[in-house]
Design a protein around this ligand. Structure first.
Ligand SMILES: [Zn+2]
Length: 218
């Protein structure tokens, strides 16, 4: 399941409250399951292209042993999963292992935000500053993170994408990332909801969880 660090949710809502009554907007960065896979065994991979890595065979292409694969899967969740050796043997590709992790509660992790100026400066709509958006995209690359979503506030309406939000998502072509809507209708208890907006204009609400940030070991 998709998860946010609690601090990331707080950073978003703080930003929205600061910009109130105008809409606030920004980019959400984090690690996809594939990013997490890469960072667990980072020095072993020279394969950079995500599509290639997805289909890579764990044993033949990546030279991983059953023991390595088990370690990687445990690394995702930081808990010992009840996975027996037959399940490990059945995993052929990176995709298979990510699927298993997802079925056991793993998912994309949103870890930080980049605030973007709303050049519309309006309580009713937002327009991300194009240069700041490019800079955020560059920053994600430098940090080995992915753009997982976009957030913006609704200062007077519910946390649901407006017709304009849906149209802009489709026109921009950015339909892979999630759209996070933060309603300030009740400013003391902002509502944060997450949606997938599809190219055909359908909107699907997605569940997410929140978790504590891991403590730095060193
Ligand atoms: Zn909106």
């Amino acid at each position: 399941m998709f998860s946010f660090y609690k601090q990331t949710i707080k950073d978003m809502t703080d930003h929205c409250i600061e910009e109130n009554p105008n809409e606030a907007c920004g980019v959400i960065l984090g690690k996809t399951l594939l990013d997490q896979f890469k960072s667990i065994y980072t020095n072993q991979f020279s394969v950079d292209a995500s599509s290639i890595l997805f289909d890579s065979n764990l044993t033949d292409d990546l030279n991983l042993t059953q023991h390595d694969i088990k370690k990687i899967i445990e690394g995702f969740t930081k808990t010992v999963l009840e996975i027996d050796s037959q399940q490990i043997i059945n995993l052929k590709t990176v995709y298979d292992s990510l699927k298993l992790v997802a079925e056991n509660g793993g998912g994309d992790i949103a870890s930080s935000i980049v605030r973007i100026t709303n050049t519309a400066q309006s309580p009713y709509r937002y327009q991300m500053d194009p240069q700041e958006f490019l800079d955020a995209d560059k920053k994600a690359d430098q940090l080995n993170l992915s753009i997982l979503g976009f957030y913006h506030s609704h200062t007077h309406t519910a946390a649901y994408p407006s017709d304009t939000d849906i149209r802009l998502a489709i026109e921009s072509g950015w339909t892979d990332p999630y759209y996070i809507l933060i309603s300030l209708e009740d400013i003391l208890a902002p509502e944060v909801k997450m949606y997938q907006i599809n190219l055909d204009g359908t909107v699907i609400e997605e569940e997410y969880s929140s978790r504590d940030m891991p403590k730095k070991i060193c």
